[in-house]
Design a protein around this ligand. Structure first.
Ligand SMILES: Cc1cc2nc3c(=O)[nH]c(=O)nc-3n(C[C@H](O)[C@H](O)[C@H](O)COP(=O)(O)OP(=O)(O)OC[C@H]3O[C@@H](n4cnc5c(N)ncnc54)[C@H](O)[C@@H]3O)c2cc1C
Ligand code: FES
Length: 282
């Protein structure tokens, strides 16, 4: 059992856990992820590392509650634990000295981008953090993102805080204002990463995205996480999760992410029927 030490509700449906996982914390690098199982009947769910502390033996994850497994996870509290935490998986993020780097994040991606932004800043880059949310209520950890960047720009879909719009609009603003951008890193939902890649493509700004296709084993064995990048088949778990956003076949990725929608909805429906009392007690 991997104990949950801290739980924090960050935004509607976004939760932070600090979990005891000393072996992962010893080896973790920015951009990597873990695969966890909530209980003995649980599926394997990948989660990006939002932080780790080798001395305390802890890791941090931030997650969006979308379906059965993340709903089960969201009901756990400090004192309880998850059955397995395996990892770290994936190639660490590329961290070099590029110059001015935009780190764009939304939703759970705000947690996931923190270690990457911190490492880029430590390498001497000027880090411009861009955070998006549907509204002010969906933004969190501005203080943490500010601490690892030189500049923070906030965008909300409804204009309730910062620029009205999304991360891709902020990137377009920066480009149109003549700002030199040497690299963009986008982490969040697939649509957001696709839009950020579109915003930089015609300007030739290298853009890295952290892909989240459906994964099972996370070790390159099952082939489930296949993505097309630059016309080649790549396995996101071992070749990624970072890829060149201008080379990703986004339509294929989005359609593959919906492959099991019927089964996922059925699973959630059955789980909620059996566990309505746990949801009421929240
Ligand atoms: C490398 C990687 C890192 C990720 N990091 C985070 C993170 O930090 N925070 C976060 O909230 N989410 C993250 N995800 C996505 C997360 O794994 C899924 O949201 C979760 O598995 C959904 O499970 P569910 O049972 O709650 O939802 P379901 O109802 O089973 O699925 C909802 C949707 O989630 C996606 N999904 C389902 N199963 C998987 C799976 N095994 N692997 C990937 N996607 C799946 C599908 O698109 C599906 O339509 C990451 C995914 C990957 C591949
Ligand atoms: S998750 Fe199985 S090959 Fe990547």
């Amino acid at each position: 059992m991997y104990g949950i030490l801290e739980k924090e509700k960050l935004a509607p449906n976004v939760i932070h856990f600090k979990i005891e996982a000393p072996a992962v914390a010893r080896k973790a690098r920015p951009g990597q992820f873990v695969i966890l199982r909530v209980d003995e009947k649980g599926e394997r769910i990948p989660m990006s590392l939002a932080g780790w502390d080798p001395a305390r033996g802890t890791i941090d994850i931030t997650f969006l509650v979308v379906g059965t497994s993340t709903r089960k996870l969201s009901l756990l509290n400090p004192g309880a634990g998850v059955l397995n935490v395996a990892g770290p998986f994936g190639r660490p993020a590329e961290v070099e000295h590029y110059g001015e780097v935009v780190c764009a994040a939304g939703c759970f991606g705000v947690g996931a981008i923190l270690p990457v932004a911190a490492a880029l800043k430590e390498k001497g880059n000027r880090v411009v953090a861009v955070m998006e949310g549907r509204s002010k209520a969906f933004l969190f950890w501005e203080d943490r993102l500010r601490a690892v960047s030189d500049e923070l720009v906030v965008a909300t879909g409804d204009g309730s805080l910062g620029r009205k719009g999304w991360a891709n609009d902020v990137i377009a603003d920066l480009v149109n204002a003549g700002r030199r951008i040497d690299r963009v890193i986008a982490v969040g939902c697939t649509f957001m990463m696709m839009e950020c890649s579109k915003a930089t493509r015609s300007h030739g700004i290298p853009t890295v995205v952290s892909l989240t296709p459906i994964m099972v084993d996370g070790t390159g064995m099952c082939g489930c996480c296949r993505v097309q990048v630059g016309g080649q088949t790549r396995f996101a778990c071992v070749d990624g999760p970072e890829f060149d956003g201008h080379q990703v076949d986004w339509d294929l990725l989005i359609s593959k992410q919906k492959s099991y929608l019927d089964e996922e909805l059925r699973s959630l429906n059955l789980w909620e029927r059996a566990n309505w009392h746990k949801l009421m007690a929240r």
